[in-house]
Design a protein around this ligand. Structure first.
Ligand code: 5GP
Ligand code: ZN
Length: 140
């Protein structure tokens, strides 16, 4: 537990939330400011910051809870689709520094665009793939 972390306080029951599901390692609760009603956050009960320091065990547990909750949201709010996302570090939009997966129900014609995309420049995809493959040789 990190005493400065609002999601640790939600896990501990020190702050209120609309809890949906929990198991030994994870908790899922409604996001207080949803993209669409039913927008849910899945968090590990153990404190860490983001994808870069969460333990493999906590990540695996969060992934499985995300799968379970996505199916329940889909059925519960009658969604037409579901987006799953995660912001890691401030420059990627992370505001709360405790890992959390956003599970967002989507509805036909809701008009929300979460991931604007672009085309690669000439040679850029080859170079980018080379750098990431090189990093994979040294990462755990
Ligand atoms: P981030 O930008 O860090 O990926 O997302 C943080 C999310 O946490 C936001 O979508 C925000 O609405 C939600 N949030 C922030 N404070 C609280 C809170 O006290 N309770 C709940 N349920 N959600 C919160
Ligand atoms: Zn925390």
């Amino acid at each position: 537990m990190n005493g400065d972390c609002i999601f640790c306080k939600i896990v501990a029951g020190e702050l209120p939330s609309h809890k949906l599901y929990e198991d030994g390692k994870t908790l899922a609760f409604l996001d207080i400011r949803p993209v669409n009603a039913g927008h849910t956050l899945v968090v590990p009960k153990n404190h860490s910051s983001n994808i870069f320091d969460i333990s493999p065990e906590d990540w695996a547990a969060v992934a499985e809870t995300t799968r379970i909750v996505a199916r329940a949201i889909d059925e519960g709010v009658g969604a037409d689709g579901v987006n799953i996302g995660m912001n890691n570090r401030e420059d990627a939009g992370q505001v709360v520094h405790h890992p959390h997966i956003h599970v967002i129900p989507r509805f036909k014609g809701d008009g929300i665009k979460l991931m604007p995309q672009r085309d690669y420049r000439e040679g850029e995809a080859d170079e980018t793939a080379r750098k990431i493959r090189a990093a994979l040789q040294t990462s755990t």
